[in-house]
Design a protein around this ligand. Structure first.
Ligand code: G3P
Ligand code: CA
Length: 394
């Protein structure tokens, strides 16, 4: 057995959809110290968050549609989210950035050059600019320089057309969704499908945007309250690469929270700004994980922190991260699975075309065997089949 391969308590109790319905009432365990704080704080609530049993009731491994069904549709569009739901995704991901007038919109980058037709709008030509975002110099058009009304005149397009030419079929079909539109859409879909629609919501560049007077967390918390997703059992995860954003959210809402972890040598941008010398390598130690568990319910590590690759890009031996995180009561939602050779470990590539699909099931099997609780995937259907194979064998 590989390190960290012990099934988590959640895995032991989750037997697929039918089995889950039978056993999870008893298996649902909410994190200590979070219950009812929302009641004390009060606030607006449309009750759309439903009456679920919390994240421990989700199927494990949980398939999280990364930016929607981004393997098949331009990412972060209602078309991408809807397709992910149609394919059966357990959870749909949104990345959030703000507009100039303070609305939260769904984009992975605040630089919208690659994901919209903004370059085709002569009226916005003068908005093209160069700026430093989290220490990286970028030239393009940025959400924070547009009002929501202006952004809504743009159309979304495929971010990596060279890799996913088929997705360009849908270029221009959808606008940039606001997070509030997604919340409304999730309510409607929940009613239509008779189940909770789970979301996994990331604050992007929170320190950078706070510096511009566009703090993300308070805006996000207001929307979560308005749509009843601010409770410990609400069908939503909140995630960020910046621990201070998650700590800030923990003071505002009780929704489950996940700290994202990039490469071992990297430093969260809020640490850089605050002079905190810790790197991700420090955060994945037992002490670092204990610190995270004091304000979050999970971690979202890069897959390389779960199974490192060797010098040739092949999968090596799993680390102790799954075991150590579970020991602290943390769930793991690593990122990101994609079917194309270019994104797979070298030993699971097939042929020489980087855009062709490789042995994605083989790679998923290796990752799922580590005992992770879920996975972000661009290819919801592939990940679901792999998860079904895995739970059938479990
Ligand atoms: O949020 C999980 C995963 O999406 C993190 O990577 O860069 O795709 O937001 P990124
Ligand atoms: Ca993300």
């Amino acid at each position: 057995m590989t390190q960290g391969a012990q099934p988590s308590p959640a895995r032991r109790s989750v037997l697929g959809a039918a089995g889950a319905a039978a056993v999870l009432g008893a298996a649902t365990v909410l994190p200590a110290g979070t219950a009812h704080a929302d009641e004390a704080r009060g606030g607006e609530n449309r009750g759309g968050g439903g009456h679920g049993r919390g994240y421990r009731s989700l199927p494990v491994p949980t398939v999280i549609a990364h930016r929607g069904a981004s393997g098949y549709r331009p990412e972060h569009t209602l078309g991408s989210y809807r397709h992910a739901l149609d394919l059966g995704a357990h959870v749909i991901e949104q990345d959030l950035v703000p507009t100039r007038d303070g609305h939260l919109v769904c984009r992975h980058e605040n630089d919208i050059t690659g994901t919209t037709d903004v370059a085709d709008h002569p009226d916005f030509a003068s908005r093209k600019t160069t700026k430093s975002v989290d220490g990286t110099s970028l030239t393009g058009w940025f959400t924070e320089d547009f009002t929501l009304a202006e952004l809504k005149t743009l159309r979304a397009k495929e971010r990596i057309p060279g890799t996913r030419q088929e997705n360009t079929l849908y270029d221009g079909r959808w606008t940039i969704p606001t997070f509030e539109e997604v919340l409304r859409w999730a309510e409607e879909e929940g009613r239509r499908r008779g189940r909770e629609i789970w979301l996994h919501v990331e604050t992007k560049h929170p320190t950078y945007f706070r510096g511009l007077g566009l703090g993300l967390e308070e805006r996000l918390a207001r929307l979560l309250r308005r749509y009843g997703r601010h409770r410990a059992h609400s069908p939503v995860f909140l995630q960020s690469f910046e621990p201070s954003s998650i700590q800030r959210l923990a003071k505002l809402v009780d929704s489950p929270r996940v700290v994202l972890l990039s490469g071992a040598g990297s430093r969260p941008w809020d640490f850089v700004q605050a002079g905190d010398p810790r790197t991700v390598a420090d955060l994945v130690t037992p002490a670092g994980l204990r610190w995270i568990a004091s304000y979050a319910q999970g971690i979202g590590p890069t897959l390389d922190l779960v199974i490192p690759k060797d010098a040739s890009g092949r999968l090596g031996t799993p680390t102790a991260l799954v075991r150590d995180a579970h020991a602290e009561g943390l769930i793991l939602h690593p990122y990101t699975h994609r079917n194309e050779n270019a994104f797979l470990p070298a030993d699971f590539r097939r042929g020489t075309d980087p855009n062709a699909y490789g042995d994605s099931f083989g790679a998923l099997k290796r990752y799922l065997e580590t005992g992770i609780d879920g996975i972000f995937s661009d290819n919801t259907d592939t990940a679901l089949l792999a998860a079904a194979d895995f739970t059938a064998r479990d």
